[in-house]
Design a protein around this ligand. Sequence first.
Ligand code: ADP
Length: 357
Amino acid sequence: MDSSRTFPADLSRELLDDLLAYKALFEGVAEIVGDGVVHLDERCRIVRFNAAAERLLGFSKSGVIGTPFEDLYHASNPGDPFDGTAQANPVRMVLRDTVGEAVPVLARAAALKRGDTVEGWLLAFAANRRVDEIEQLKNELVSTVSHELKTPLAAIKAYTATLRHNPALYESHRDEFLAVVEQQADRLSRLVDDMLLVTRVETAQLLKRRTVVALDGVLERALGDLSYDPAAHPIELRTSGVSVSGDPDRLRDIFRNLLENAVKYSPAGGAVTVSAAQTAETTTVEVRDNGIGIPEDHLPYIFDRFYRVESGAAAEAGGSGLGLYIVHALVRAHGGAIDVRSEPGKGTSFFVRLPLR
Ligand code: ADP
């Protein structure tokens, strides 16, 4: 456009009014949107900084206007988070707040052009809660599960070392010690399975295929995963002829966890029974034990991630607190529901209701 062109006085006044109205509109919109909006000049210095950006990062407008945008980058960015190209799809970047703490965001950038010349940038960003949550999950996994990993590892190491260095013990106790090693290795393997399932729960990649299968077969496979003493914990299956619909591997995970708990939280001699009822639309499976039960005030929380009853007999049994969280997520992913009924000292029943489609 030829800027030297002159306009009739009333037209230029009209244009100016329009421009001012647009400017007010832009500034109004930028102030009320929930995303942080930052306007940068061609050298990436901050020209505007909206209210949401102030809220997200804690800096005030007056403190940052005129400063380079890169001063707001957190040191943990893997590369240059904003390379000066328009980014229609959100990109992850880590900004920082006033005390230098990381604020993970998802950002979009648009180039402000006059003709072919870039005159600045508009950058919109929102807090990337997913990153926060995954970071938190990672920390929780590391702190909770590493303890659970150490216990069986220490047992495996102690038993193998004892056998290796004591030829006499090797002769007399080999089978007994190796059985413990095998049991602890199984425990480790189940814990690793649970950790992998938790990461899948978090990314919602839970079910691969769905078929109608015999419940008996699912339960047999789940029992095959458990290390338990059938003489101390007889498990009775009253499920013949009943079908369930779902991903067979995930159904096995559901019942493996419920059966493992039924055995783990029952004293020796406690019987475990699995029974089922089927209608045209649903199958309801009950896993019942005569174990220690769950105190009423804990019941609302047992399906929460990492929740464990840390008192009485329950505290003595080790665990990561992931089992029922996984079970709940898997049952929900199948379109089903899970209920619990429990009486301390008497036993617990879990009811898994799964649609048959
Ligand atoms: P954990 O790894 O601790 O077993 P879960 O998520 O499987 O974790 O279970 C959460 C808590 O619920 C357990 O710590 C235990 O106190 C309680 N619980 C689960 N199943 C039973 C059961 N069958 N009988 C008694 N308590 C149970």
